[in-house]
Design a protein around this ligand. Sequence first.
Ligand code: FAD
Length: 350
Amino acid sequence: MTSVSRSLLLRVVCGALIGGALSGCREAPSAATPPGHTISGSTMGTYYRVSLPALPEGMQKAALQASLDSKLDRIDALMSTYRDDSEVSRFNQSRETTWFPVSIDTATVVTAALDVFAESNGAFDITVAPLVNLWGFGPGDREEKIPDNQQIQDLLETIGSRHLEVRLEPPALRKHKEALQIDLSGIAKGFAVDALATELENLGLRNYLVDIGGEMRAAGHKKNQTPWNIAIERPTANQHGIQTTLPLRDIAIATSGDYRNCFDVDGQRYSHEIDPRNGHPIRHQLVSVTVLDSSCMRADAWATALIVLGPDRGKALAERSGLPVFLIVNAEPDFEEIESSAFAVLPHSP
Ligand code: FAD
């Protein structure tokens, strides 16, 4: 089974929906699909889709797709932990504590990750990789069982972004502990969205929607001059629903949820969002976090950081940081919505 099909299977097994924020055209029947062009495919264990009112002048759709695919393939080859030969995997395999040369792209993503690590008081921590793997949310097989507590404690000793250094000139990473490993799954999709957007901008396009597995950037407007309508998914298992929709223009949006990639044991949900303080999957009622930012890379990382922090600390930090954030809390039998002040002023509809 390919890693792509494995990922999709895992998501179906735990009854989760794929994609946190959905473009309106994905949820709605074809009549509501905005006219124009769609370029789509698979990448990074999920889908990608680029919606364009018009193609770049003189460019065929196939040529544009080839150019976007090559960007995505490059990022996958650099940052995937699902292939042994990627730059990140080679860094993880290395036991050297000297500078390890990497591409400027990987160094840029790690720099942003360390920034969010500091700003989130350690909630977003890319060195959580061994614990992601131990709980079965990495590239290996998933056993769907709770790991031994001693193993968790032992791995907690090996992690911590304070043991990781990055430099941009020349680009390189350095680990202070031989066993340190990184996992960019919580940030690299956002980087890839930004990279595709930059490519489109370089081709002169100002109206587009880029979507990689639910992380998106909306620019300009649809063919009918209206803003891109982004739906935030209702975090219910086995049901597709929309919690709210946002008309967005010139901004990126990313969602993290505990309902997409998870397994249940004795009625307790174990999700892929790992709390680096205790080495366990998050255990609170905050089930979905959506963050808007000019950078999809930062929005992606912040969504993971805030869902790790939970409803109270997450909301408080979003307020302090001035981030537009939409939180969905499981308040059975329904969901409670929490909006940060910066989000509340945005136009949206229930
Ligand atoms: P997000 O909330 O954005 O990220 C959650 C992920 O971040 C977790 O799954 C974990 O990996 C990591 N994480 C957990 N806790 C923390 C924390 N506290 N701090 C920081 N990070 C944390 N999947 C496949 O099945 N097959 C593939 O071939 C494949 N290739 C990939 C290649 C690349 C380059 C990348 C970036 C990811 C790939 N994935 C692949 C992973 C898959 O797409 C992930 O499910 C996805 O990146 C997680 O995104 P999300 O939006 O579901 O969750």
